[in-house]
Ligand binder design. Structure first.
Ligand SMILES: [Zn+2]
Length: 336
């Protein structure tokens, strides 16, 4: 581990074990943001997966670590406690997962159940029970070679023709870690493409053996456990501020209706795709009877100053496997 990270780790450990931290966090609420849980930790640790993936071993360790320092509660309990904060309370933590990945059911749930830690999952509802794919996963893994060399070469050619060639540093021989780092940056740069171009890129990737997202049967099974609740994360995962008024309303309405139909007790909490929102988006989400919404702005909750832009703390494979790094992030108000 690089020296800078070791210092953060030590700082995080000291923070959680200092009287200052105990005072600082009393009554506070920490909403953690996760996406995927992979069976293999080494594979989750590669830079192009690190931010969105946590390995099962690291997740297991995180679920053992959290209750030592926080009261693990469901998201609604955390939000309700923040409405009338009491400084004497132990800090609360609530887990949230974005998108609705199939591995939330096949990997994460067994561990949540083992440790009896509740969680909320926010679904991009068009993907649930369909073979529609998240572009960054399909494009990223095809370029990484997870779907074979012919598929990788054909996508590289497609991107070159599109005027978005993959950087030479990725194509040259080098360490796996370094190449994964280049790929992570490159995938970030594709976020600027319009939805149609991203669709076409996804279509240029080979079909996967299993759908990426959960189906509604899995959603109901998880909900029936009493440990997991569900809320909307857009319908198509379109970034909401970029939509005109009509499409924005359709997107919120469609995701709302799907949750109403697919779940017994959907959450009154909206989760903005990519965390993107503006005053118009917040007003439309509120008009659809969502009193709360989750952003990706780093931070911890002390009261509910901004219920339609609640801050969260992201969990990566690195911070899940070294929870003192997560403590460091919490100490810095959610910043890395
Ligand atoms: Zn998302």
């Amino acid at each position: 581990m690089p020296i800078k990270m070791r210092i953060k780790q030590a700082g995080g450990w000291l923070y959680l074990h200092s009287p200052r931290a105990r005072d600082d966090l009393r009554g506070a609420g920490v909403i953690l943001m996760l996406h995927r849980v992979l069976a293999d930790d080494a594979s989750a640790a590669l830079p192009h997966r690190n931010e969105l993936c946590v390995g099962a071993t690291a997740f297991d360790g995180l679920l053992r670590w959290l209750p030592r320092h926080f009261e693990c509660v469901g998201l609604m309990e955390l939000l309700e406690s923040q409405a009338t904060p009491r400084g004497s309370q132990r800090p609360k933590v609530a887990l949230t997962f974005d998108d609705g990945w199939r591995d939330n059911a096949s990997q994460a749930f067994a561990l949540l159940h083992k440790h009896q830690v509740p969680a909320s999952i926010f679904l991009s509802t068009d993907y649930i029970g369909s073979r529609q794919r998240f572009w960054w996963e399909s494009v990223g893994e095809t370029l990484w070679g997870s779907h074979g060399e012919p598929a990788r070469l054909s996508l590289l050619e497609h991107l070159r023709k599109l005027g978005r060639p993959v950087p030479a540093a990725y194509l040259l021989p080098g360490s796996e870690y370094r190449r994964s780092q280049v790929l992570a940056h490159y995938l970030q740069s594709l976020k600027g493409l319009d939805a149609q171009a991203l669709h076409q890129l996804t279509d240029a990737c080979p079909a996967e053996s299993l759908p990426q997202a959960m189906d509604w049967r899995q959603v109901r099974q998880l909900e029936d456990s009493g440990l997991v609740r569900f809320g909307p994360h857009g319908a198509s995962h379109a970034l909401l501020p970029g939509l005109d008024d009509q499409r924005l309303d359709e997107e919120v309405q469609r995701s709302h209706a799907a949750l109403q139909q697919g779940c017994r007790r959907p959450l009154p909490v909206y989760c903005y795709p990519n965390g993107d929102h503006d005053p118009r988006v917040r007003a439309r989400v509120a008009a659809h009877h969502y009193p709360y919404a989750l952003s990706t702005r780093p931070g911890i909750c002390r009261g509910l100053q901004d219920p339609l832009a609640l801050p969260r703390v992201g969990v990566s494979q690195r911070s899940a496997s070294h929870p003192s790094l997560l403590a460091w992030r919490i100490a810095r108000g959610g910043r890395a």
